[in-house]
Write a protein of this length. Structure first.
Length: 284
């Protein structure tokens, strides 16, 4: 339901973008714009921009904002909306071959190209929501059988084949990595997140072909419900900066039942509409 709502909101914003484009495209064509028209266009775009920005993934958000803000040299949407009919001081109306455009902030280059980029980035989020959430659900479904898989290995009576044991999180990662390779050809362990604030973080596993980060947690006496949630939230904030991250799957292994409310932890931290989308599975 949440994923459907987010997709519907993005689709509404994409449709609204065409209406805004039609509204402001007439200003320089006519060479006139009333104060009311200017205010209406500015308010319409600002409302759209404020609602659209949180829906853009972090990896694309700076580009989305730059299409609005621009800078001292490169002028973008903000400049156009502020002074759409400001005449270029170098424009020569007497020369048909003037190398300078009439307007200081031409509609086609200052607004239209930038707005098309913003709309494309917004449309791309539709496919992110549509593709990643079902894949996270598939991975979670596969790992619900992990306890049975582990028990089968531990009950093996084969001589000279010691069963695997999970005594620490590194042991868990070995088995999780092996299982992931049954599902995906390209499984990259300990892939690094770009530097941020002078430090580097690493994800447990990256599935680059589908844009999913896989994280493992093994509970202990000091790592119970609240602490697990806090650690995942901190990790996810860093993982979202990875250029290939569109979704995060967290596998929490709780063999000694330190968690008092595993269902609540899964529900609270699973966000199909998230940016990136997230899913938590607790196994025992």
């Amino acid at each position: 339901m949440m994923s459907t709502n987010r997709r519907a909101e993005i689709e509404r914003l994409v449709d609204e973008a065409y209406e805004i484009e039609s509204l402001v495209s007439k200003w320089q064509q006519r060479g006139t714009v009333t104060r009311d028209e200017l205010r209406a266009g500015q308010e319409r775009y600002q409302s759209w921009y404020v609602r659209a920005t949180p829906l853009i993934s972090e990896i694309s958000r700076e580009q989305f904002k730059d299409m609005y803000e621009g800078g001292a040299v490169i002028k973008r949407i903000k400049s156009f909306l502020a002074k759409p009919l400001e005449v270029n001081q170098f424009y020569d109306p007497t020369s048909p071959d003037s190398p300078f455009p009439k307007w200081s902030h031409p509609y086609s280059s200052t607004f239209l190209e930038c707005f098309h980029t913003q709309r494309s980035l917004l449309q791309a989020e539709i496919y992110t929501v549509a593709e990643v959430s079902p894949l996270l659900a598939e991975i979670a479904e596969a790992f619900t059988r992990f306890p049975s898989f582990l028990q089968s290995l531990q009950n093996s009576k084969k001589p000279n084949v010691p069963p695997p044991t999970i005594q620490k999180e590194e042991d868990l990662q070995v088995l999780v990595g092996a299982c992931l390779r049954l599902m995906y050809d390209d499984v990259r362990p300990e892939d690094y997140v770009p530097e941020h604030g002078g430090g580097r973080s690493r994800v447990d596993f990256l599935l680059p072909t589908v844009g999913i980060v896989v994280e493992t947690k093994m509970t202990r006496e000091s790592l119970t419900d609240r602490r697990v949630g806090e650690e995942l939230a901190i990790d996810w904030n860093r993982y979202a900066k990875h250029p290939d991250c569109r979704g995060i799957f967290a596998l929490v292994y709780d063999p000694n039942r330190y968690l008092t409310n595993p269902a609540g932890l899964q529900s609270d931290l699973t966000q199909d509409q998230g940016n990136p989308a997230t899913r938590v599975l607790v196994i025992r």
